[in-house]
Design a protein around this ligand. Structure first.
Ligand code: ADP
Length: 657
């Protein structure tokens, strides 16, 4: 009961349940395991006639015939199913290895087979050895089946967990993922799932096979002479306590090591993502030192479990060997002082030796379980993240937000980032009628991005509400809200794939003509056609192969294709070439038409062009109006026009297409 309860609550066993879904492969694995264990058991069982032959007591044929004949006269001992440490009814000398359920007919067949074994001791010996060889071959085939299927199931289960973790991550509220760290989550998805997969392979594969063989050998030893075997088992409770102690330590250390690996991936992500910045700042040395520190910290955590890992195996081996030695001395006493026939005693010793050898994987079982358990715990943490109310687990019947056509209202909205004392946005109110272009300006960190993120419901306001056409966006179907908004940010998210895929991002069946039309509206068509493969040209990671201005135009094409009534633009701060900039400006101007637009503005021309300018400072809206009005009355705005807002780049002639 206790073990069952532990298994049902243990993260590793919880994740391992996914393996039960692969019924066919599980059945094959089980058949393979049974075949290999039975063959091993039968081969081992034949050791007794061999011992008796060698020790000149009886021929193998006589021993086997005696076993068969004694069936019924003595209590049968179904050795193969024997659990370790389960005392059997005291068997007398010539124990029967044939289970009671074997019918008379089967016994007769066995008898006729055994009778074919030559009476001559040498030839009998050779025959038995040949049978053992055949059993070994069949057992090996079984072992292959078992291992092959187990690895298949383990790898497939790993894929399932990667899928589940990703599904959660992509649907979890953004603040949750940010708080936990994207790199750590990536690490959970890649490293931790790999660790549990390795655990499944080891535990349900070789370890389980060896463990069963150990149990069979022990069972046989118990069947031949249970008193002697029990002496050897006396050390088992000590072993169990020690193993538990080591397992706990390994689990804790593994969890820290996995966390540390997450930090390292975070560092790597930054260094690789900002490779250009690193090189321009001549900061390779700095990054090397930073990485070296992360790398060292990982090593420290990895080393923490080394003692527990390294010591468990020698301890088990020593205790097992000591047990067998004690038994050997007792056996010797029985042989020399009590003059008992040595063959049984020697057989017990051999069985116990084999059991001690095969039970060795118990240590690796315990270590692997602890490591995989720590990883499983982290995986389950992620899969238990809450999800945003979109497709996955969406609460049904939330009203769908109709296409926006009236107004957007922000009412007394305050928002704190998780763990942040000061609000990023404090008591902000704003009313924007449909079709208006609003430029949001303010110093860095004044809350512009946060405010616009709340419109898309990337975050939920701590207090206050956002209304679109009078509907509180926190109470509407999230998909219907996000469908209405197109966002063009500074960091255009381009991914590996064709240009057409990038423009149609997330819309799988978009016709090529619509993609090309959107590209034309974004003045991207021209440069795309100039590429060797045109719309089918593949972009590298992060859109490598395109200039900054070209990337922006792809992003605009994406927004055009989306045809959303609300547009959020984050103007590029970095200089793009004059031609690109003029094209972007013109595309955006056309895109804005008939939509409610918010622009985080960095250029003077944009703010002058806007219907209204909202000035933000320290998370608050401090003023709003037109350029002329604000210039006349708002000091911060005046300052911004002199410092932050870029003057227009001299416009180049813009040709559509
Ligand atoms: P802006 O877009 O005007 O530069 P932001 O909206 O990005 O300003 O940031 C507003 C405030 O919120 C800043 O003080 C910033 O440090 C903080 N902030 C922004 N993003 C996060 C985040 N993910 N976690 C914690 N604080 C954040």
């Amino acid at each position: 009961m206790f073990i069952l309860k532990r298994i049902s609550n243990d993260p590793f066993w919880i994740t391992a349940r996914v393996m039960l879904g692969y019924k066919r492969q599980l059945a094959i694995a089980a058949i393979g395991l049974i075949i290999s264990t039975l063959c091993f058991g039968a081969g081992l069982g034949l050791f007794l006639p061999i011992a008796k032959t060698l020790l000149n007591e009886q021929t193998p044929r006589d021993v086997l015939l005696q076993w068969l004949d004694h069936k019924g006269a003595e209590p049968a001992t179904p050795v193969i199913e024997a659990a370790p440490g389960t005392p059997r009814p005291a068997p007398r000398r010539h124990n029967s290895f044939v289970p009671e359920s074997v019918t008379d007919a089967a016994r007769d067949t066995a008898r006729s087979l055994v009778e074919r074994i030559p009476q001559d001791p040498f030839l009998g010996f050779v025959t038995i050895v040949a049978v053992i060889a055949v059993l070994t071959l069949i057992g090996s085939a079984g072992k292959y089946l078992h291992e092959f299927s187990t690895v298949t199931i383990a790898l497939k289960s790993g894929r399932v967990w990667r899928q589940r973790v990703f599904r959660r991550l992509i649907h979890a509220p953004m603040e949750q993922v940010l708080r936990r760290g994207t790199a750590d989550e990536i690490s959970r998805l890649i490293v931790d799932t790999n660790q549990v997969t390795t655990g499944y392979q080891a535990i349900f594969g070789s370890v389980l096979g060896d463990l069963l063989k150990g149990i069979v050998a022990l069972g046989m030893a118990v069947a031949i002479n249970w008193r002697l075997s029990l002496v050897a088992l006396a050390g088992a409770p000590i072993l169990a306590v020690l193993l538990r102690k080591f397992a706990k330590r390994i689990r804790r250390a593994t969890k820290s090591a996995l966390r540390q690996r997450g930090y390292m991936i975070a560092g790597l992500k930054e260094a690789m993502g900002g490779l250009a910045v690193v090189k321009v700042h001549d900061a390779e040395g700095y990054e090397r030192r930073r990485f070296s520190k992360l790398n060292r910290n990982l090593l420290i955590e990895q080393l923490r479990s080394r003692q527990a890992k390294a010591i468990s195996s020698p301890i088990i081996e020593t205790l097992a060997t000591l047990g067998v030695m004690v038994v050997a001395c007792i056996a010797a006493w029985l042989i020399y002082r009590s003059h008992q026939p040595p063959s049984d005693l020697v057989s017990v010793l051999v069985m116990l030796g084999v059991a001690a050898g095969t039970l060795k994987p118990v240590t690796s079982l315990s270590n692997t379980l602890s490591e995989a358990g720590a990883a499983a715990e982290r995986i389950l943490e992620t899969t238990r993240l809450p999800v945003e109310p979109t497709g996955l687990d969406a609460p049904p019947n939330l009203p769908v937000l109709p296409r926006h056509k009236r107004d957007i209202a922000v009412e007394h909205v305050t928002f704190h980032y998780p763990g942040q004392e000061a609000p990023a946005i404090g008591d902000v109110s704003l009313h924007v009628p449909f079709g208006m272009t609003v430029a949001v300006v303010g110093a860095n960190g004044s809350g512009k991005t946060t405010l616009l993120s709340l419109l898309v419901r990337l975050f939920t306001p701590t207090s206050g509400r956002v209304l679109i056409d009078g509907a509180d966006i926190s109470g509407v179907d999230l998909r219907s809200l996000r469908k209405q908004i197109a966002v063009v940010t500074q960091q255009t998210m381009l991914f590996q794939g064709t240009i057409a895929d990038n423009i149609a991002y997330g819309r799988r069946h978009e016709p090529r003509e619509r993609i090309a039309a959107a590209a034309r509206a974004a003045f991207a068509d021209e440069f795309i056609r100039a590429l060797p493969l045109g719309y089918d040209a593949r972009l590298g990671e992060d859109g490598t192969g395109l200039s900054g201005g070209q990337k922006q135009r792809i992003a605009i094409a994406r927004a055009v294709l989306r045809d959303a009534p609300i547009l959020i633009l984050d103007e590029a701060t970095s200089q793009v070439d004059a031609d690109s900039e003029a094209k972007i400006n013109r595309a955006v101007r056309e895109l804005r038409h008939g939509r409610t637009t918010f622009i985080i503005a960095h250029r003077l021309s944009t703010v002058i062009d806007a219907d209204r300018i909202v000035v933000m400072d320290a998370g608050r809206i401090i003023d709003q109006g037109t350029h002329t009005e604000l210039l006349a009355r708002c000091d911060i705005y005046q300052l911004l026009t002199q410092t932050q807002l870029r003057r227009e780049v001299p416009a180049a002639g813009v040709k559509p297409g």
